[in-house]
Design a protein around this ligand. Structure first.
Ligand code: ATP
Ligand code: MG
Length: 569
C-alpha cells in the first residue's frame, strides 16, 4: 500500500475487521466452497469520475482480497459506447491507485469479452431461450406491464431458432438501424419480478466504442453482461449495491442456462452523504453546466476533488472502515468524513504559520534590520517530525480577528495595553493603533519583551492568548481558497416541487482570500503538500499553484463537529 505513514491511526494498524460480507467469506473458506480462493472485483462504468461512494466499494473489494490473501480485479464495465470515454478510464485508474490499491496485472475490460458474450447469446438462441424482437423501445416497456399488472408476450416471441439466429447475425452485421430490433431472453412475462419479463440482452447502436472502435454495432445490456463478466473472471464474491438484489435471479438464470461458472452475488447498502449528491449523472451536470470548475473541483465528492481538497488516501480508507458495511440504506453525516480527515491530518501534517487576513504590526523597540531565526516545532503529535526555523523581524502580520480596539471582557487576544504571546517568539504589548482617514485600522505599534524569547518569561508570567504571526519581509504572499459544502440542504436530492438539486447549490461554498501570507518554509513544497495552519485548519497546496502565485485550498477546519455531536448523544 502506498502513502501509509508510520504513524497510522487506528485505521490500519491491524486490519482484521469484520462485517456480514467478511463473515460469508470466512464461512466459505471454512467449507472450502471456492477451494480457498477469494476473488473480488471493482467494476466501474467509465462514464464519469469516481466518487466517495465508489471509494466505499473499492475499499470493500480490495480490502477483502487483501485480508483473505485473495485477489481483486479492476474491471471496466464498458458496455455503453455512447457515454464512455478514455478520459474516464484514465481518471479511474489514477484514483484507485491513489487510494492505495493494486490490481497487479488484472486490469480488464468488459469489451474484451464481447465475442464470448455474443457466442453465449447464440447458444441461448439455440436453446430456444432468446429471441429477436421487433418491438420499439417504448413498446417493449408497454408490454412489460407493471408491479400490479403482468406483462404481455411480444408478438415476436415465438420465432423459430433459425429465424432468430439469422436475424441476430444480421443485427451484428449492421443490416438494421438503431433501435429497430433487440435480442431478448425468453423467460416469463408474468413473473412478479419485472427483471425476469423477457429482458433485453442486446440493442443495436451504431456507435464507436472507445476500445473496440466500429467492430460492433450491437451492444450487450448491463444485466446480460455483468454476470458473464464475473463468470469469465472466476469471481468468487460478486459484491454489488442493494438495488441489484432483485436482478440476482436474472443473473442466476443466465448462468444456469449456460451452465457456466457461477459466482455468488452479495449486496450491501450504498453510501449516501449529507450535503452531497452522488449520482454520476448529476455530477456530470455540475461539470457540464460549469456550476463547479471541473470533476476535481475541491467541493466535488469525487476522489479527484477530495485529493485536490487535501484529503489523504489514508483518511478515505479510514472513513470507509469507520462506516462499515451493512444491508440498510442510510445517510452518513459529512462531519464524520471530516472527522476522519482531521484525525489523520492531525497525526501527519506539519504545522506552519499563515495569516489569512493580515494586520500589520510594527515592533517599535526591535532593531531595524535584525532578523532572528526562531525554532518552531513541526508537529507536536509526532516528535520525529523535528523542528524548523521561522524568521522574526520588526514588521509582522497577525490576524485582523486577533485584535480589538474596544474588546469585551472575555476577549484575551491583543488590544491596547494588553500583552500576548507570539507563538515560538516573544511577548508583545500593543501601545498604539494607527488608522487611515476612513477610520480603518491599518497598523499596530507594539513593543516586545526581549527576555521572553521562545515564548517563556523568566518571571513566570503567562499571557492568556498565543497568536500566530508571520514576518512581513520574508513571508510569501498566497491566495487561500476557503471551501464549504456545495449544497445548503442536507439532502439536496430531495427537491421540492418544481425545483431540482441545483436549487440547493450554495452561494458561498467558495471564498477566495487573495491577500494572505505564509511563512517561507513552504517555498519549495510540491503540489498537494498538506499543512496545518496553526489555529486555522488544514490546508494543501493547489496543483495549479506556482512560485509566482502560491495557492492553498482549505481541506478542513480545526473544529470537529462530529466529536461534538457524539458527546451530545
Ligand atoms: P451511478 O448510479 O451514479 O451511475 P454506478 O453505481 O452506476 O453510479 P458504477 O461505475 O457502475 O457506478 O459503480 C461501480 C461500482 O461502485 C459498483 O459496483 C457500485 O456498486 C459501486 N458504487 C457506486 N456508487 C456507490 C455508492 N454510493 N456506495 C457504494 N458503492 C457504490
Ligand atoms: Mg452502475
Amino acid at each position: 500500500m502506498s502513502d501509509v505513514t508510520n504513524n497510522t491511526t487506528e485505521s490500519e494498524s491491524s486490519d482484521q475487521r469484520t462485517d456480514f460480507i467478511r463473515e460469508i467469506v470466512i464461512a466459505d473458506n471454512k467449507s472450502n466452497k471456492w477451494d480457498g480462493r477469494v476473488i473480488t472485483r471493482f467494476p466501474p462504468e467509465p462514464n464519469g469520475y469516481l466518487h466517495i461512494g465508489h471509494a466505499k466499494s473499492i475499499c470493500l473489494n480490495f480490502g477483502i482480497a487483501q485480508q483473505f490473501g485473495g485477489k481483486c480485479n479492476l474491471r471496466f464495465d464498458d458496455t455503453n459506447p455512447t457515454k464512455e470515454e478514455e478520459e474516464y478510464v484514465q481518471s479511474i485508474i489514477q484514483d484507485v491507485k491513489w487510494l492505495g490499491w493494486d490490481w497487479e496485472d488484472r486490469l480488464y475490460f468488459a469489451s474484451d469479452y464481447f465475442q464470448q458474450m455474443y457466442d453465449w447469446a447464440v447458444e441461448l438462441i439455440k436453446q430456444g431461450k432468446a429471441y429477436v424482437c421487433d418491438l420499439a423501445g417504448d413498446q417493449v416497456s408497454l408490454y412489460r406491464g407493471s408491479f400490479t399488472q403482468p406483462g404481455k408476450d411480444s408478438p415476436w416471441r415465438n420465432r423459430t431458432v433459425e429465424e432468430n439466429l439469422d436475424l441476430f447475425n444480421r443485427m451484428k452485421n449492421g443490416e438494421f438501424p438503431d433501435g429497430s430490433r433487440t435480442l431478448r431472453a425468453k423467460i416469463d412475462m408474468a413473473s412478479p419480478n419485472l427483471n425476469m419479463r423477457d429482458p433485453v440482452m442486446y440493442r443495436i447502436m451504431h456507435a464507436t466504442h472507445h476500445r473496440t472502435g466500429d467492430k460492433w454495432c450491437i451492444y450487450p445490456m448491463y444485466d446480460w453482461a455483468h454476470g458473464l463478466e464475473d463468470s469469465i473472471e472466476k469471481i468468487t464474491h460478486s459484491i454489488c449495491t442493494l438495488e441489484f438484489e432483485n436482478h440476482r435471479p436474472l443473473y442466476d438464470w443466465f448462468l444456469d442456462q449456460l451452465g457456466i461458472y457461477h459466482p455468488q452475488q452479495i449486496e450491501f447498502a450504498r453510501l449516501n452523504l449529507t450535503y452531497t449528491v452522488m449520482s454520476k449523472r448529476k455530477l456530470l451536470q455540475l461539470v457540464q453546466e460549469k456550476l463547479v470548475s471541473n470533476w476535481d473541483d475541491p467541493r466535488m465528492p469525487t476522489i479527484s476533488g477530495m485529493r485536490r481538497r487535501g484529503y489523504s488516501p489514508e483518511s478515505i480508507r479510514y472513513f470507509a472502515k469507520k462506516i462499515g458495511i451493512n444491508k440498510f440504506n442510510s445517510t452518513v453525516d459529512f462531519a464524520l468524513l471530516e472527522h476522519c480527515v482531521r484525525e489523520v491530518l492531525n497525526k501527519t501534517s506539519p504545522r506552519i504559520m499563515a495569516v489569512l487576513k493580515p494586520l500589520k504590526v510594527v515592533i517599535t523597540n526591535y532593531p531595524e534590520a535584525q532578523v532572528e531565526e526562531l525554532d518552531a516545532v513541526n508537529n507536536p503529535e509526532d516528535a520525529s517530525a523535528g523542528s524548523r526555523k521561522v524568521p522574526f523581524s520588526k514588521t509582522l502580520y497577525i490576524e485582523q480577528d486577533d485584535f480589538m480596539e474596544n474588546p469585551p471582557k472575555k476577549f484575551y487576544r491583543l488590544s491596547p495595553g494588553k500583552e500576548v504571546r507570539l507563538r515560538y517568539a516573544y511577548f508583545i504589548t500593543c501601545n498604539e493603533v494607527i488608522k487611515d482617514s476612513a477610520g480603518n485600522i491599518t497598523e499596530l505599534r507594539c513593543t516586545y519583551d526581549p527576555a521572553t524569547r521562545g515564548g517563556d518569561a523568566p518571571d513566570g508570567r503567562s499571557p492568556k492568548a498565543t497568536l500566530h504571526w508571520v514576518a512581513a519581509d520574508t513571508a510569501l504572499k498566497a491566495q487561500v481558497n476557503l471551501y464549504d459544502h456545495l449544497f445548503t440542504k442536507e439532502n439536496p436530492e430531495e427537491a421540492e416541487e418544481g425545483k431540482t438539486f441545483k436549487d440547493a447549490i450554495s452561494t458561498d461554498s467558495l471564498k477566495v482570500l487573495e491577500n494572505c501570507f505564509v511563512e517561507p518554509s513552504v517555498k519549495t513544497a510540491p503540489a498537494l503538500t498538506r499543512y496545518q495552519f496553526e489555529r486555522l485548519g488544514y490546508f494543501c497546496i493547489d496543483p495549479d499553484s506556482t512560485s509566482e502565485k502560491l495557492v492553498f485550498n482549505r481541506t478542513v477546519t480545526l473544529k470537529d463537529t462530529w466529536t461534538k455531536l457524539q458527546k451530545k448523544q
